[in-house]
Design a protein. Structure first.
Lengths: 429, 326
């Protein structure tokens, strides 16, 4: 049983999104085995139960339900994706409590925000929004997440500034903030050292080469998009603190340095030296993917030095002075008119240009609307409990809400009856 | 308030009304399901209750199979059929979650139920037994039968069109053309399309034929909105019922109004007076001379005090229901 689970986990590692807090292995096994037979009614029922709880909760701490629901979702849908509704859920949770000041410094709430930011295409904007709203400004984890984002984008100076801001605000826990700040400083200085060493070691320009298993930087501001160019500066040199200066595997220096085979040297080397496997066949063309592709030369302007010292533009290619001969019988093939059923045609219709709507935009809109609502100028008013129907990741109908109230009431009644029966029985005895 | 062409049914249900359905063959009988766990049969002409039977939990929908058999389901997830002559219950089967809708398809002779367990089940009414379970992408909120086709409206604003003769695949998957939650779907009696109403005062008229020319004809309009002090109050549109002869339809909203629409000329034919509370269900009788109107609060704004639940029977004239030929 346990072995079967292990196999499954081995087979689907790439489908599991990493979590900061890690995953419970039992939950993972369960989720993976369920994944293969499609999501069971048990999962649906559990989700429904959470959704009900979100709506029916009338205690002191509504965030608790959201927190548990989101954690459950993360564990139950290890591959993430649309089905999990995680993005919607985070967005709703975060929006729901934006105006509740009591949660602004709650570590759970701040963590939800950080998760939300990590799911967004522009995390930095979210962090700025948080700061402007005063959410999590005394939480160390907020500054750590923010700084990490800057560092991922290669802006170490800003990353440091974020930490400074955190110190200024006396974010708690302070030692955690200090520890992460030191780690950042260490990484930055290590990189600086490596850069210096590189400059010293190689003076000749080198062909960039891809490094296998290197950590890539995200392209531009967009998150989780690997760059097209996977050499040189695109490689993240801050991964971990394991490699030491001398044996840097990353970076270009080690790649361009060729290992020259020397018979005598190999003989003298001890058995502990790793033996280099010789190629059985020359590398296939597949391996040449980093070669420069042939470019269009007509567009390239090569500055040409003439005798007189000024540049001459390359003359444009002359037009052919002859008419290309075409055989008279060689008519272009006439197109057979192909009638496409318009109904079928719509299947492959072009995607409509959708409005650019980022989660942040929606958030700001929401914020804006609420301000306007306070000003007392809503144009439309929904005559039903809109919040109850639409909170959570799935919608509810009036009947479902009412059914939930009904079940709650009957459960209470049966409980009262049971207690009364017990009391009666004890008095009879 | 009630004129000569309208009267209130006696012995109404003790809790909210979930559905009203007229008998397929006569204008005499009306079936009513309710949150008080009962299904009642009324003699509309005599204004008396003929019969009632119980479920173990609130009943969300009911339907006639033939003039002497009713089917019903609700929060107890059980599907019941009741012989109205002998007053006998049979439990036909069950869903994994409450049953939201019950319909009969005369063309294929099959009962259809939709449930919050994300499935539609078919039932052979003669045996009676289960004739198949068909998974839907979301919780089923409403369904309607158009000839041998089944139109299912689910949570997440999805609409699925199934072919009841071949349930092997979904014939069409659509998204509701309205922005908010689907409340009700009813098919045109001429089987060419359906009307879909949403929770935010809007109704869409859609066609089943996927060809572009036909699809061009679809449209949506706003209704069941009241302007008060410059604020537009938007009410859910809970109920739709088609006039079997004229293909016009009535809509009922939480504003307590009933409107009758002419979908061909895109005109409102008439609006009745305001009923005491939300319109929960509407039903034209078989020849379209009467309209049953269930005025019953559905807890749209929570569990608060509200006017009494009631069923009104209204005589309707051709002037109110027939498209005006121009």
């Amino acid at each position: 049983m346990a072995e079967g689970g292990d196999v499954e986990w081995e087979l689907s590692k790439e489908n599991i999104q990493p979590l900061r807090r890690g995953r419970a292995i039992s939950a993972l096994h369960q989720a993976l085995s369920q994944q293969q037979e499609g999501h069971s009614s048990a999962t649906n029922q559990q989700r429904q139960a959470f959704e009900c709880e979100l709506r029916m909760y009338d205690g002191e701490d509504p965030l608790d339900v959201w927190d548990r629901y989101i954690k459950w979702t993360e564990q139950t849908f290890p591959q993430g994706g649309k089905e999990s509704n995680l993005a919607t859920l985070l967005e709703r949770a975060v929006t729901r409590f934006t105006d509740e000041k009591k949660y602004h410094e709650d570590p759970r709430y701040v963590h939800l925000w950080i998760k939300f930011a990590e799911n967004c295409p522009e995390p930095l904007d979210i962090y700025r929004f948080m700061q402007a709203q005063g959410i999590g400004v005394t939480q160390a984890s907020f500054y750590i997440a923010w700084s990490e984002e800057y560092e991922n984008q290669g802006n170490c100076r800003k990353a440091d500034l974020v930490f400074q801001e955190g110190f200024k605000k006396c974010a708690e826990p302070n030692d955690k903030l200090l520890q992460f700040h030191k780690a950042l400083q260490a990484r930055v200085s290590r990189r600086a050292m490596m850069d210096v060493e590189e400059e010293e070691s190689d003076n000749e320009p080198k062909e960039p080469e891809r490094v296998s298993l290197a950590d890539l930087k995200h392209r531009g501001k967009k998150k989780a998009i690997a760059p097209v160019n996977r050499t040189g500066p695109a490689i993240r040199s801050v991964s971990g603190g394991l490699q030491s200066r001398g044996t840097s595997i990353l970076g270009n220096a080690s790649n361009s340095r060729l290992m020259i085979f020397d018979e005598t040297k190999t003989q003298s080397a001890g058995p502990s030296e790793p033996k280099l496997e010789s190629w059985m066949a020359p590398p296939t063309s597949r391996a040449k993917e980093n070669e420069q592709r042939p470019e269009k030369w007509s567009d390239v302007k090569i500055p040409q030095k003439s005798k007189f010292g000024h540049t001459v533009m390359a003359p444009p290619p002359p037009k052919p002075t002859f008419q290309p001969f075409v055989e008279e019988s060689d008519q272009p093939p006439t197109m057979t008119p192909c009638k496409i059923n318009p109904a079928v045609n719509t299947v492959l219709s072009a995607r409509k240009p959708c409005r650019e709507e980022t989660p942040l935009k929606r958030l700001q809109d929401h914020h804006h609307q609420q301000r306007e609502g306070e000003a007392g100028k809503p144009q439309e008013q929904s005559m039903y409990c809109k919040e109850l129907l639409l909170s959570g990741a799935v919608e509810f109908s009036f009947e479902e809400l009412r059914a939930e109230r009904h079940f709650k009431k009957t459960a209470q009644e049966s409980e009262v009856r049971r207690q009364r029966d017990q009391a009666n029985a004890s008095t009879a005895n | 308030m009630t004129g000569s062409n309208e009267y209130k049914l006696n012995q109404g249900p003790e809790d909210s009304i979930s559905a009203v359905k007229f008998s397929p063959s006569t204008a005499q009988f009306l079936l009513v399901s309710s949150w008080d766990c009962t299904v009642r049969l009324y003699d509309v002409g005599g204004n008396t209750m003929r019969m009632k039977y119980q479920h173990t939990a609130p009943v969300l929908d009911c339907a006639f199979y033939d003039p002497t058999h009713s089917w019903s389901g609700g929060l107890d997830s059980q599907l019941k059929t009741h012989d109205l002559n002998t007053d006998q219950d049979t439990i036909v089967g069950a869903h994994d979650a409450p049953i939201r809708c019950v319909e009969y398809c005369p063309e294929v002779n099959v009962m259809v139920t939709g449930s919050w367990d994300r499935s539609v089940r078919l039932w052979d009414p003669r045996t009676p037994c289960n004739a198949g379970t068909f998974t839907q992408p979301e919780k089923v909120y409403t369904l309607s039968v158009a000839g041998d086709r089944l139109i299912v409206g689910t949570a997440g604003r999805r609409v699925l069109v199934w072919d009841l003769r071949n349930m092997g695949y979904v014939q069409q998957r659509r998204e509701s053309s309205l922005k908010y939650q689907t409340r009700c779907i009813r098919a045109f009696p001429n089987k060419q399309g359906y009307v879909l109403s949403s929770i935010e005062g809007r109704v869409a008229v859609e066609y089943l034929d996927p060809s572009q020319e036909v699809q061009k004809k679809k449209y949506a309009f706003k209704c069941h909105r009241l302007k008060e002090e410059g604020i537009e109050q938007v009410y859910p549109v809970n109920a739709i019922s088609f006039h079997s002869v004229h293909n016009t339809f009535a809509t009922g909203g939480s504003d307590g109004f009933v409107n009758i629409w002419d979908p061909f000329n895109k005109k409102r034919l008439c609006q009745f007076h305001r009923y005491p509370t939300s319109i929960a269900s509407l039903a034209f009788n078989n020849d379209g001379t009467m309209l049953a109107i269930a005025s019953s609060y559905m807890q749209e704004k929570g569990d608060i005090s509200h006017p009494e639940d009631a069923i009104f029977i209204r005589q309707v004239t051709d002037a109110e229901t027939k498209p005006k030929s121009t």
